[in-house]
Ligand binder design. Structure first.
Ligand SMILES: [Zn+2]
Length: 139
């Protein structure tokens, strides 16, 4: 039980940190150079990297790619910090999951004294886990 309480207070402290994150976003920033459509442009000369650099923030939302051009300067600096904070948030999430898993492991399982109640629960659980995959859950 002591162990459980230690983890619970640790979890409370970790949750407090959530508010200090401020703005953040997922995704990442990439840099690109590109050739334009004008055949005589310097960008088509051998060895020229192309126009740029252009800074692009991009992420995936529900399987679709989302992107935003970012101007070099304060905007890029802001987006860079937001992405960095987003990474810290992800680490934080992982930490929260792991802490909760520790707590779950230590949490005592409740006893059921009543025989009938216990059988009902077992039946319900078997139905839930042994059902055919196509059937919808009634729980
Ligand atoms: Zn060009």
């Amino acid at each position: 039980m002591d162990d459980l309480q230690t983890y619970e207070s640790k979890r409370a402290r970790v949750y407090e940190r959530l508010e200090s994150f401020g703005d953040f976003r997922g995704g990442s920033i990439s840099v690109s150079f590109s050739k334009c459509g004008k055949k005589n442009c310097i960008c088509h000369q051998p060895g020229h990297p192309g126009h740029g650099p252009r800074y692009l923030w991009s992420t995936t939302r529900k399987g679709k790619s989302v992107a935003q051009h970012v101007r070099v300067g304060p905007e890029l600096e802001q987006v860079r910090r937001q992405v960095e904070t987003g990474r810290r948030f992800q680490t934080w999430c992982q930490e929260v999951v792991e802490l909760n898993e520790q707590i779950c492991r230590l949490r005592p399982v409740p006893e059921i004294e009543d025989e009938q109640e216990l059988e009902r629960l077992k039946k319900k659980l078997r139905r839930k886990y042994l059902k055919k995959p196509t059937r919808k859950s009634d729980d």
